[in-house]
Design a binder for this molecule. Structure first.
Ligand code: BG6
Length: 522
């Protein structure tokens, strides 16, 4: 189970002519107006506006030129100010470099409206949309991107419906609503949000977004598992000892204290990104690549997920928050000293847990999960640890490291497989070697589209494959609610601490050491 970082590397090679199957986007998405609710928020700045720019940028042509983007928020702001802020955000965060000519084209379709919190805000929104559609000759295809806190979703959807802003699902022009995670605060609120969404919208009009599903490595998981014969035959309790998922972030709160304090690592990362990753990794082969077949296969994993147990002597869940520490050589403050955090905060910035999938394939295989802010570095990986070879032949005197498949989600997306090999020479000496595939070196180093670009395009196209279903969201909350219920008893699951810049609290190490295993460094 030791890491083999220092071993020689066998680099993989991919020939350009090996492009055997391409499922291509053969058409541009239909023209539409994307309304960003909460347009001055962090997500709009860092992700949504830059992603939309990349979709219309010269040469991409994926979003028709008459399409429009309307920022809708509470704050008063002139259109000029909104456009110049949007340019600044895009220059900072865009994948493609901002080109002046392309920017001018994009900016002409960029509009702003304040009054999201005002009684007549939605009436104004209706007039504004009609005005944009007339001026730009864009059909009334409308996408409402709700980049707002979970507690505001219900009110927002009701107001959209009351203002006549939701067309029926079978209308010639579409209305689609994109809902950001976390959808709800607990199981009860998630159920209520789902009920409200379904009261006013058809499931086909709802896109619950989880940007991890737009990441290359997660998409490649399907290809790795089902376009290769070798892995699927090994995938399950006969051969796999255990699985680890680590999503580590170096970043702290930034300007998001208000949101984060009400969420914490469990709701912010586990309920969505990590359970999605787990489901893709563990699901049975779907009967086809259709959205519904994949969604059903993933849902079955959650149906079999065992609730986390709480045995104080052998805890299966650890929560913690960071204290002051050093990151990248610089001192950083602890969570309790971040701006806007109340003295009685019980919000965790780290969570580690062990769970099982109670089905035929995975029976008895532990899945260890950990995620946190202000950890040593930004690095996320999935590790599939295979079982030891039998204790005969090479494995008699000293235990050999078992095979390890590592799927690197970020950075340096790709995967590696650790195997044992004979070191060249007269002696019989065994060395672990890592077969490594880095997407960047294998596929020419182009920058992959950002997850939000792909997902926004899918919304425009009406493709649900990469979006969690309502059932999945509810099931994932059921699992998370089990953990939240355990946390009500502070003595059973105390709040631990870890210094910023570390891999987490000692208790998380103990959680896995108790099973005779250790965390792999992502
Ligand atoms: C978001 C969370 O959904 O995902 C953030 O709200 C987190 O807290 C982010 O930082 C991580 O995304 P990525 O793509 O940087 O791994």
């Amino acid at each position: 189970m030791s890491d083999t970082n220092a071993t020689p590397k066998l680099e993989s090679r991919v020939d350009a002519a090996d492009d055997l199957l391409t499922i291509q986007r053969t058409h541009a998405a239909p023209p539409s107006t994307v309304v960003i609710f909460g347009a001055s928020g962090d997500l709009a700045k860092r992700k949504l506006i830059p992603a939309l720019y990349n979709l219309v940028a010269c040469g991409q042509g994926l979003m028709p030129p008459e399409s429009a983007v309307l920022g809708f928020a509470r704050r008063e702001m002139s259109l000029d100010d909104f456009r110049s802020s949007a340019k600044e955000w895009t220059t900072r965060f865009s994948r493609l470099k901002v080109d002046e000519g392309c920017w001018q084209n994009f900016a002409q379709g960029l509009d702003y409206l304040s009054g999201l919190d005002q009684p007549d805000g939605f009436t104004k929104l209706k007039s504004k949309l009609e005005e944009i559609e007339k001026a730009r000759k864009v059909p009334a295809n409308r996408i409402y991107y709700l980049s707002i806190p979970p507690e505001a979703i219900i009110d927002c959807v009701q107001r959209l419906a009351e203002s006549g802003l939701i067309a029926p699902a079978n209308a010639p022009q579409f209305t689609r609503v994109v809902v950001e995670k976390p959808i709800g605060h607990d199981l009860e609120s998630a159920l209520e949000i789902n009920r409200t969404l379904l009261k006013y919208l058809n499931e086909s009009q709802i896109f619950r977004i989880d940007h991890y599903l737009g990441k290359e490595t997660l998409q490649n998981l399907l290809v790795l598992r089902f376009a290769n014969n070798i892995f699927e035959r090994l995938w399950g309790s006969r051969n796999v000892d255990h699985v680890q998922i680590t999503v580590a972030e170096a970043e702290g709160l930034g300007t998001r204290a208000m949101y984060y304090e009400g969420a914490g690592a469990l709701r912010d990362m586990v309920q969505n990104h990590i359970l999605q990753t787990l489901a893709l990794l563990a699901m049975e082969p779907p009967v086809s690549l259709n959205a519904s077949a994949i969604l059903e296969a993933k849902l079955n994993v959650l149906r079999a997920l065992k609730p986390v147990q709480s045995d104080p002597a052998h805890p299966s869940v650890v929560r913690a928050r960071y204290t002051a520490g050093i990151l990248d050589g610089k001192p950083v403050v602890g969570y309790m000293d971040e701006q806007g955090i109340p003295d009685n905060s019980m919000t965790e910035t780290f969570v580690a847990l062990k769970t099982y999938i109670d089905n035929w394939r995975w029976s008895g295989v532990p899945f260890y999960i950990r995620t946190g802010k202000r950890m040593t570095r930004r690095a996320s990986s999935v590790f599939v640890q295979f079982k030891d070879v039998p204790q005969i032949l090479f494995n008699q005197d000293r235990s050999l490291p078992a095979n390890l498949l590592t799927l690197r989600i970020q950075p340096d997306e790709g995967f590696s497989f650790d195997v044992m090999a004979k070191q060249p020479g007269l002696n019989l000496s065994l060395r672990p070697v890592r077969m490594n595939l880095s997407y960047e070196s294998a596929f020419g180093g182009g920058v992959s589209p950002d997850a939000y670009e792909r997902l926004l395009l899918d919304v425009m196209d009406g493709d649900h494959t990469l979006f969690p279903s309502g059932n999945f969201v509810e099931k994932s909350w059921e699992f998370v609610q089990g953990v939240l219920d355990l946390w009500k008893d502070k003595r059973r699951v105390p709040m631990r601490e870890y210094p910023a810049g570390s891999w987490g609290p000692v208790a998380a190490e103990e959680l896995i050491h108790a099973d005779g295993r250790m965390w792999h460094e992502p």
